[in-house]
Design a protein around this ligand. Sequence first.
Ligand SMILES: *Cc1c(COP(=O)(O)O)cnc(C)c1O
Length: 392
Amino acid sequence: MMSFVPTRPLPYGRQHITEADVAAVTAALHGDFLTQGPKVAEFEEKFAAYVGATYAVAVANGTAALHLCALALNVQPGQRVITSPITFAASANCVRYCGGEVHFADIDPATGLIDLQQVRALLEAQPKGYFTGLIPVDFAGLAVDLEAARKLADEFGLWIIEDSCHAPGGFFVDSQGREQHCGNGRFADLAIFSFHPVKHIATGEGGMITTNNEALYRHLLRLRTHGITRDPADLQRPSDGGWYMEMQELGYNYRLPDFNCALGISQLQRADAGLARRRQLAARYDAAFAQVPGVQVLAPGRPGHAYHLYVIQVADRKGLYDFLKTKQIFAQVHYIPVHRMPYYESLGWREGDFPLAENYYAHGLSIPLFPTLTDDEQDYVVSCIAEFLVKS
Ligand SMILES: *Cc1c(COP(=O)(O)O)cnc(C)c1O
């Protein structure tokens, strides 16, 4: 029945670069600034407006964004921070960069998101002040209920870094029925995004921090550039002259060049179209898999889902992964639970610590989902999955 065969390999995600993107980068390369020029502030302003936050700080990548957030929130050696075991390791690593201890709360198996009930249980089992922060992750593009997370955080004196790498354009609906967009700074102290090519907006490498907190914003600007300020309002001593600047603390070079920002600005113009196509493809998958016994879709039909990933769960995940590879379909697994990484096991975490995350990992598979995936290519993916399940 299936006669269509794709003419290209189908990865789980890929970037979409148009001639307009190429022209925007070329124009930036012909400009006066390759870095530290006007495209940085323009990208920041437009990105802040896109997610509905007051401030945005462009940085070298999503991991740098997390590191700067941990620094700005003053994570200290020995401080304890909670995140999800089902995330990219960087969500946890940023705490380790500052010498903090990473703790995990298990996931809600219906969504793949950190379970706030489990977070509460963890917090209640210890004296107040035992934990200092929470890093929830909008896994696969589904927004965490940050209104609930904020209540919990306030009760126990925690800050929140929202890892929104999967969810630009995503939202949850709050208790008043309002859409709260990922990274809008309404509930989280800071939110971070990545512009790695598999994410919604690609700049090669790139990242962004958003916040509504002016003090954190100003601190992040300094930390991004070696801890140096030239702002007359921030100087601790009288200026020696026009060249004067002060390095006031230990910062980094985590800047994003102008031509990457030019690409980001151009990509941002298509972000809504890309998101709409992701949602359309997800709805087509949802409908198709409702007819395929043996496929369980993670969190189907949720309002506000930004669909960085489309995750299915099957009994024989490795069998399906290997079979799809023979069909030129390159599915991926997101994620090996962070606590099972040898590095985190060396810090004392063990298999069995977070059984729901581990069970999710045993069955989950991210299948192709990106804006340029065609209906025919998607139908081919579905038919290959159905073919495998009939055989096995
Ligand atoms: C991609 C990603 C990061 C890291 O972003 P980079 O730009 O690759 O450094 C962090 N957290 C999550 C959830 C991600 O998906």
